[in-house]
Design a protein around this ligand. Sequence first.
Ligand code: SF4
Length: 530
Amino acid sequence: MNILLIYPKMPSTFWTMDHLVEMVGKKASYPPLGLLTVAAILPTEWNKRLIDLNIGQELTDEALEWADFAFVGAMNVQVRSAREVIESCNAKGLKVVAGGPLFTHEHDTFPSVDHFVLNEAEITLPLFLADLAAGTPKPLYATPDFANVHETPIPLWELADMDKYAYMIVQYSRGCPYMCDFCDVTALFGRKPRVKMPEQILAELEALGELGRFGMVLFADDNLIGNQITLKKTLLPALIEWRARTKPPLGFSTQVTINLVDDEKLMDLMLEAGFRHIFSGIETPEEGSLLASQKRQNTKRDLLANVQRLHEKGFIVTAGFIVGFDTDTSESFQRQVDFIQESGIVIATINLLKAPPGTELYKKMRDAGRLIEPFDFDENESNIIPVMDPQQLHEGFDFVLRHVYSPDYVYRRARTFLQAYPGPKVTNRIVRKLSAGDLGTFFRILFRLGILDASRGRFWNLFFWTLRNRRNLLEYPFFFAALSLQFQRMYQRYDAAAETRKMQIKVVEMPVPVPSSASAESGASFKQSA
Ligand code: SF4
């Protein structure tokens, strides 16, 4: 049996970081973890090929004619490309098997898919394979149960062209104990975090090491600290021991809730284990909106002081923010900008309120007649009819982006961050020898941002300030300069789409918003969590 695994194209968003990835000489951020895990569940004797449309690979006639089945895995953001892929397969008479969050939520909008393998593949894929072997495959396999991740195999990394990816990826846990109403993680994976055994994670890391793929490894958990007791007792000690023994030249990034800051021991263990970059969904500094969207873990705390403490400890905080809550006023936009600037969070993603299918917010908005459908997910769009005048909301969103992503503001935040950040105090430091690739990146950044870019003065200011005050952190001005370029390009893309959006706002017929106590002040994020 010949299986073609196809990963549709991601649109250019904050998460693809395409300009940054290009700057480091790569094509995409991460290999497709879910699809490669599916590949590992398929019978070993089957022939498998992966086509990832994000790294310049193409869906050729030869590949489509070679395959007996196409397996397509996708998230909401890949919907446009997923439809094109399915059309190409249909045109060649190639049977399509589809799974992943996009199809789990919206399979009824894909009538030409032959078989849906929904929810977690560890449960549904074996059912499909058994029926296929018996000659009776059904159109749809779904389950209300959650998989035992102790049985999840190591992804079939060898199918991917690993040199094309900037970072590597593993996953320790699925599920999250919180109930943020805009987030589809609990609908997909439940509220009880299920975690892999430390041996599984170490085996996955060793497998990546054998492929020579060390560097930064993302723990693609929606909330790594969802089960803190097990994390502290098992995985973190195992990673610390492994790091001390093998001295791997790699660091970890992940997503966590902000209450990480409440637990000194957990922070120390994470740092010692090698975690450095952490993403946290801060969403808004406004308490009322956090409460209404059930983001209770972010309430009753000084969020600004929390971020500063995380920086002081040695984490580099990346965070997500949302505008478009029902309670937002004309002043909310300036408050978001002020918070982001004061926090020193250099990498901030800003989204319009959205209601992803499967979430509580989606149901509330649908019941209130406030959903815009159909809808293609994009950071700069929303499927919610806002309480605020739509034109005012888009102007406010534009205001936040224009400030937060301007080189002046990015470099100022970088300075704030570097002033607060001493670097982690750990026993086992991450030591990485500079490679030829690193030198290439260094010269590309130097040429584009230190010589050609209009903001080169800001870059050199930051560089010399760091040289005088934080000599041990000299790589950061380069990193932040590359980010500044990424942000500029993202803003340009948003700006170019703004006129079209203004016209769309005018032509959408607006039902009268019906905010209820349950639907007021809620938020949505763009496939971001924690
Ligand atoms: S947004 Fe984060 S904390 Fe909230 S439910 Fe989703 S994963 Fe959990």
